[in-house]
Design a protein around this ligand. Structure first.
Ligand code: ADP
Length: 169
């Protein structure tokens, strides 16, 4: 039987990308023919990095994966997924709170756009990592170097410096 190439979209705000996101990308790339990391805007969250900065960071970190592409979008996620003809939506799960939220989101997306969602459980060591927590700790001068890639930590330090918020680590 002929194999139809499967394109997955991994949407998120990635502000900034964490070791948890990278873990999901590393697993997802083994399951799909193409994986599109799509950087979107979450109206409920205030930006730290611009969408372009986030795309650039993720491109750099996924350079070793030829099947991964990174793009940004500013419409509804399902609209973007349909436009790029994604077959499935990839989302990461950390805990039961994620399951509850993601369950509702996946049901809605299937109902309104007919797109299926595939979930990947993060590895235990990143189960507690979120971009929101990284931003909060960093803005208060804390050390987040174990939660995000080194290149992201360097850019974070620079960003906080620009905002007049020096970092300890
Ligand atoms: P959003 O604002 O759309 O939730 P995020 O950038 O916060 O975007 O997350 C994007 C996806 O990555 C979501 O499916 C989220 O559950 C998942 N994710 C975030 N952090 C982790 C982590 N540490 N391990 C696994 N999945 C994660």
């Amino acid at each position: 039987m002929e194999h139809k190439p499967i394109t997955a979209i991994f949407p998120g705000s990635f502000d900034p990308i964490t070791n948890g996101h990278l873990d999901v990308i590393g697993r997802g790339v083994q399951l799909f023919d193409r994986l599109i990391v799509a950087v979107g805007q979450n109206p409920a969250k205030e930006d730290l990095f611009t969408p372009d900065e986030r795309v650039e960071m993720i491109r750099e970190l996924t350079r070793a994966y030829p099947r991964v592409t990174v793009e940004s979008y500013d419409c509804l996620t399902v609209e973007y997924a349909t436009r790029i003809k994604a077959d499935v939506m990839l989302r990461g799960l950390r805990n039961l709170t994620d399951v509850q939220y993601e369950f509702q989101l996946a049901m809605t997306n299937r109902r309104v756009a007919g797109i299926e969602t595939v979930f990947i459980m993060t590895s235990e060591e990143y189960g507690f990592v979120s971009s929101t927590m990284v931003r909060e700790i960093a803005l208060l001068g804390g050390d987040v170097s174990k939660l995000i890639p080194r290149s992201v930590n360097d850019l974070l330090k620079r960003k906080l410096g620009e905002k007049g918020l020096p970092r300890k680590a």
